[in-house]
Design a protein around this ligand. Structure first.
Ligand code: URA
Length: 261
């Protein structure tokens, strides 16, 4: 990475405001290769030098990426007067400037959400023409009908006349109330509206994967994990229903197919 001003790096890589940055510099809380630096205009190279602020190492990575396992009750926004947001799942010191949820889950939905300050990546992931597959484990109110898979594969028309792209479906429990659905687009409340159009009702929805990135089973509900750009690129890679199904069903069956029925 090219050299940049120390105060700019601190502004990008810490949650501090400009005035706070001046203060931490003045207080001798910033070190470059072990030496205290108080001048914010000093040029540094975060790839080649070790830079710490209040004892915490600042990485050279240009952007920050976290995945969270969103619990119910949180909304996918950066701020809200009434509800907690997915950013509240991160400790305050990790909430770097510009962090936002790339994509949405409803307040009562759970599962994988990417938090990032990388607008280009989010755009590539969310642009309608990119068709990044998103996988949802869904608990239905009534058993899944035999005709659902075929109708979804043909492209369901929602209650308001909206035509959906083909979606894939796999039944994942013997009682046929838990299914895995893969969408290649992201319309408002789409999973709920798809099953409503099929005459059923979604009781719970959990996003388990986006593209090739599967929510790690060790990431508990409400947990977060920092990931690197390479992992995020996995989100843009193609994935297939059988592969995702094979990897998630064992992990998640104990979570809510059995426990929450
Ligand atoms: N579809 C929905 O209906 N809700 C979500 O949270 C995500 C997809």
């Amino acid at each position: 990475m090219a050299q940049m001003r120390l105060d700019k790096l601190l502004s990008n890589r810490t949650p501090h405001s400009r005035s706070e940055i001046k203060l931490v510099l003045k207080n001798g809380a910033v070190k470059v290769d072990g030496r205290i630096v108080t001048d914010g205009s000093c040029k540094v190279d975060p790839d080649a030098q070790e830079i710490t602020c209040q004892g915490k190492k600042l990485t050279g990575a240009l952007h920050t990426y976290f995945i969270v396992n969103k619990p119910e009750g949180y909304i996918c926004a950066t701020e809200d007067r009434e509800h907690r947001t997915v950013l509240d799942l991160l400790p305050k010191e990790l909430r770097v400037k510009g962090l936002f949820p790339a994509g949405r889950l409803d307040i009562d939905s759970t599962g994988l959400v990417l938090l990032t300050d990388d607008g280009d990546l989010a755009h590539r992931m969310l642009a309608p023409k990119s068709h990044v597959p998103k996988y949802y484990l869904v608990r239905l109110a009534r058993p899944c009908g035999k005709e659902y898979a075929e109708k979804l594969a043909a492209g369901v028309v929602l209650g308001d006349g909206t035509q959906c792209l083909p979606a894939e479906l796999k039944i994942v429990d013997p009682k046929k109330k838990a299914v895995l659905i893969c969408l290649h687009e992201g319309k408002y409340h789409q999973v709920k509206r798809l099953f409503a159009a099929l005459g059923n009702h979604v009781e719970h929805l959990h996003r388990v994967a986006v593209g090739g990135l599967i929510l790690p089973d060790k990431l508990a509900l409400g947990g977060y994990m920092e990931i690197v750009h390479k992992d995020v690129e996995t989100m843009l890679k193609p994935s297939c229903m059988d592969g995702v199904c094979e990897r998630i069903v064992t992990d998640f069956s104990s979570y809510w197919i059995n426990d929450r029925q």
